[in-house]
Design a protein around this ligand. Structure first.
Ligand SMILES: [Zn+2]
Length: 155
């Protein structure tokens, strides 16, 4: 049931002794730590001192590959590496990488922030990344479109 853990619920730093521990009355290592330029909540783990944005650690929550590895692969794609060559170099399937890009696109804003902060990427390169899945120009879709339920107008 913990599939959709909220960001800020746990420390995403794997070497931290409190890594992955949900916050509770007894477990309160995570504190709010200001906001990013884009207005996202930033958190800090008092145990290890790492800071992270709200979405970090949850975007690829159900994926087996560590988030850092996924982000790095996305950065390579954005830099212009061909996915087919990345499958050889990194050993991930092409479908897997495309699925990551699709996951990432659902959180495009947060992913862009991470990529721009961690890698020497330009906006145009990020657009190239999203172009892979044909999601260009449709970035802020964090919500799924709700189908009109029984409006009476059947096709
Ligand atoms: Zn920590």
């Amino acid at each position: 049931m913990s599939e959709f853990a909220q960001a800020g619920d746990f420390c995403p730093n794997k070497v931290c002794v409190d890594y992955g521990k949900r916050q509770s009355e007894r477990q309160y290592n995570i504190i709010k730590f200001g906001k990013t330029k884009a207005g996202r909540q930033r958190y800090k783990c008092k145990t290890c001192g790492c800071t992270f944005v709200e979405t970090m650690g949850t975007i690829f929550y159900r994926r087996r590959t560590p988030e850092g590895e996924i982000i790095e692969t996305l950065a390579f794609v954005a830099e212009g590496s061909r996915i087919s060559s990345l499958t050889r170099v990194k050993g991930h399937k092409e479908d897997t990488i495309l699925a990551w890009i699709r996951d990432a696109a659902e959180h495009a804003e947060a992913i862009e922030e991470i990529l721009l902060a961690k890698y020497q990427l330009k906006r145009g390169q990020l657009d190239g990344l999203w172009a892979y899945i044909g999601n260009k120009g449709e970035k802020k879709t964090t919500q799924k479109p709700t189908k009109t339920a029984n409006s009476g107008a059947l096709p």
